[in-house]
Design a protein around this ligand. Structure first.
Ligand SMILES: [Zn+2]
Ligand SMILES: [Zn+2]
Length: 239
């Protein structure tokens, strides 16, 4: 019996645990789901909810026939976003094994960013810190995610270009970054790992002076306890 339960855990046959939450880290029923969402107490993966905004979604005309943002512009904007988040995660919290961004439209998946760190401690540190930060004028909501295998979580049909459910599909539609950026980010990471033979850099966040810079293109932390005013910085900026 125990073996049977283990074999169905988190699958559709499991009547107790929600298979969507288990595989995808998000379920359209949210807290009202009739099955259990087992939140992990430790994980390499974190979910940052709803932070990527596809400019094409807001630039569409009402009938969806015309879009003011070209595919090239959208890809550039996306690559920039991806690089910014990826770099911030590695610089502040630790080595990133994999990062994925959902291009779905359903409320529970839209703009979700999943970051899988190499070390669980880094994921834990990231969640605690990110929940006190802002991105693009919105407070960040981050949590540890049960997702470890993105192959299981993503929509195969989408990858083949044939998902008929479109943006409201309940599996991840992972938006690809350009090949150049992939090479740059994941290649650089390998180089960094190699260089860590040298003395490690000062621990991140150790110097509060450093994190309050307001220069464009840099990330900064909220000063004081709560700032209710909307940040005036440009798009894709952290606070
Ligand atoms: Zn559920
Ligand atoms: Zn799909």
């Amino acid at each position: 019996m125990a073996e049977y339960l283990a074999s169905i855990f988190g699958t559709e046959k499991d009547k107790v645990n929600c298979s969507f939450y288990f595989k995808i880290g998000a379920c359209r029923h949210g807290d009202r789901c009739s099955r259990l969402h087992n939140k992990p107490t430790f994980s390499q993966t974190i979910l940052i909810q709803n932070i990527y905004r596809n400019p094409q979604n807001s630039a569409q005309t009402a009938d969806g026939s015309h879009c003011a943002v070209s595919d090239v512009e959208m890809q550039e904007h996306y690559d920039e976003f991806f690089e910014e988040v990826f770099t911030e995660m590695e610089e502040k919290y630790g080595e990133v094994e994999e990062m994925n961004v959902c291009d779905n439209l359903g409320d529970h998946l839209v703009g979700n960013v999943y970051v899988k760190f190499r070390r669980e401690e880094d994921a834990e540190k990231a969640v605690i810190d990110l929940n006190n930060r802002w991105f693009n004028g919105q407070p960040i909501h981050a949590e540890l995610s049960p997702v470890t295998d993105f192959r299981e979580a993503c929509c195969r049909q989408y990858e083949m270009g044939e998902c008929t459910r479109g943006g409201f599909c309940n599996f991840m539609h992972l938006k690809p970054i350009s090949r150049e950026l992939r090479r740059e980010l994941y290649g650089r990471r390998r180089k960094n790992a190699f260089q860590q033979e040298a003395p490690p850099p000062t621990p991140t966040g150790a110097n509060p002076e450093e994190t309050t810079s307001h220069e464009p293109g840099t990330f900064y932390k909220m000063s004081g306890l709560h700032t209710s005013k909307t940040p005036t910085s440009q798009s894709n900026k952290w606070l």
